[in-house]
Design a protein around this ligand. Structure first.
Ligand SMILES: [Zn+2]
Length: 134
């Protein structure tokens, strides 16, 4: 089934926003932990992961932190349902690098940019999905 909506607690949404500010001018990134219920991705927590790249053009998770996050999620019966990263100096639209990477990582992508946040999945191409804060 195709994912069509991402639900995220307001506090987590705000956290990503301030995390973007803190890490300027570099991109910041992390994982979204939660569950998938049919066509809806239910985010419980947005967990920051160090961007080992330190650039404003792309990101790469610190492998140890990424593994720890995955482990923690599993232990609590959850999973990593998506990833997020920031565009501190551009819109929340996937860059060419993002699109190429998305094709190999079919989870939900949340991007925070200067114009707010947008979420995407891959369905024979980049598809935008709705974000609902709660
Ligand atoms: Zn990007």
């Amino acid at each position: 089934m195709d994912i069509c909506e991402l639900r995220i607690p307001r506090a987590e949404y705000d956290m990503i926003q301030s995390y973007m500010e803190e890490n300027k001018p570099y991109e910041a990134c992390g994982v979204l932990i939660g569950t998938i219920d049919g066509v809806i991705v239910e985010v419980e927590k947005a967990l920051p992961i160090k961007n080992v790249k330190r650039t404003n053009k792309s990101f790469e998770f610190d492998p140890t932190e990424h593994f720890t996050a995955w482990n923690e999620a599993e232990k609590n019966g959850k999973g990593i349902v998506g990833i997020y990263h920031t565009h501190p100096a551009s819109f929340a639209v996937p860059s060419l690098w993002d699109i190429e990477t998305m094709e190999n990582d079919l989870s939900v992508w949340l991007i925070a940019g200067t114009d707010g946040m947008r979420a995407y999945t891959w369905e024979k191409g980049v598809k935008s999905i709705q974000i609902r804060k709660y």
